[in-house]
Design a protein around this ligand. Structure first.
Ligand SMILES: Nc1ncnc2c1ncn2[C@@H]1O[C@H](COP(=O)(O)OP(=O)(O)OP(=O)(O)O)[C@@H](O)[C@H]1O
Length: 321
């Protein structure tokens, strides 16, 4: 099946005082109908910039330096602003990390959901809105519609945000850190909800997270990002059982489920993500990589591998760390 949403060789930079910060470099990935793609990586590696680019909502100061973002083959960057607005929310809908920031505190939930769907050309009957709230697990939808955002828990607000997105019947649902602002119990409930929804949502879902547990629970495929690049893309099972990029291995080794035997301490990845405004000449991970050699430090790697892609000089040699 062909890609529903794809990003091809996408490069995005931000203007910063004295230069530019290269937030995305040559990113290529795609998601098909019925598929859930996870995007994972440490803070600052470009996940949110990628999600924003996918829905055409890059912040001021961001420039697309090259590449394409295609919805069913059509490059969204070449569409008129009107058509782009039509696609946002309707064909591609987004759920944000903290739904409180997405809601207006002085309007009721019902008014806001109606305004949101109305803004995208759909005047939906209250009954349909209430039915969707019920479907996402809101116990008394009619009462919820009359409440203000601060009267709901974080988990309930996130359910409303998911319902509002789904009411648009989008082809692609992008969820940017949908559980990060929630406590552990609510996080588990939202993961459970997204799992249930994927069974009867026939579009594609993209989930951005720094949490490997969310990837394991929800996704079919995963793109691991580091310093603005996709360093590995693989089926979720393949990544968890046989990570090939040294950064993917390091991320898995830092999973809270993994504790250094005998110490009770969590392993961490030594060093830090490079400054994206002054990138090193070679591989961006070389300074932290246990396998790096002279080639890694001087020459940028190219994508290698069939069926799964790995951006690493050493991937072909498969040397374990
Ligand atoms: N508006 C902006 N102006 C300048 N730099 C920005 C802007 N937004 C993000 N950046 C920078 O771009 C890089 C990528 O940030 P981005 O938020 O996309 O990463 P992320 O992986 O989503 O991180 P997080 O999980 O912390 O949100 C970072 O170095 C960040 O500081």
């Amino acid at each position: 099946m062909s890609a529903l949403l794809s990003v091809e060789n996408l490069s995005v930079s931000y203007r910063i005082p004295g230069g530019r910060l290269r937030a995305l470099r040559d990113v290529t990935l795609s998601v098909r109908r019925g598929e859930v793609l996870g995007i994972v990586g440490e803070s600052g590696c470009g996940k949110s910039t990628l999600a924003a680019a996918m829905i055409g909502l890059l912040p001021q100061g961001a420039t697309v330096e090259g590449g394409a973002i295609r919805l069913e083959g059509e490059d969204m960057r070449h569409l008129s602003p009107d058509r782009q607005r039509g696609i946002r929310g309707r064909s591609v809908a987004m759920v944000f990390q903290d739904p409180m920031t997405a809601f207006n505190p002085v309007l009721t939930i019902g008014r806001q959901v109606a305004d949101f769907t109305g803004a995208h050309g759909q005047r939906l009957p209250q009954a349909e809105i209430a039915a969707m709230l019920e479907r996402v697990g809101i116990p008394d939808p009619a009462r919820c519609l009359g409440r203000y955002p601060h009267e709901l828990s974080g988990g309930m607000r996130q359910r409303v945000a998911i319902a509002a997105a789904l009411l648009m019947r989008p082809d692609v649902l992008i969820a940017d850190e949908p559980t990060t602002a929630l406590d552990v119990t609510m996080e588990a409930q939202i993961i459970h909800l997204l799992r249930a929804l994927r069974a009867d949502f026939d579009g594609a879902i993209v989930i951005v997270t720094h949490h490997l547990g969310v990837i394991a629970e929800l996704c079919d495929r995963v793109a691991v990002m580091y310093a603005g690049e996709v360093v590995e893309e693989a089926a979720v099972d393949d990544l968890f059982h046989d990570p090939r990029h040294p950064y993917s291995r390091a991320l898995l080794a830092c999973d809270p489920a993994v504790v250094i035997p005998g110490t009770g301490h969590l392993p961490t990845i030594g060093g830090r993500v490079p400054d994206l405004s002054v990138l090193p000449a070679g591989c961006a991970f070389a300074a932290r990589c246990p396998l790096a050699d002279a080639l890694c430090r001087t020459s940028p790697p190219r994508v290698a591998g069939q069926g799964r892609s790995v951006l690493c000089h050493r991937a072909a040699t498969q040397v374990a760390p």
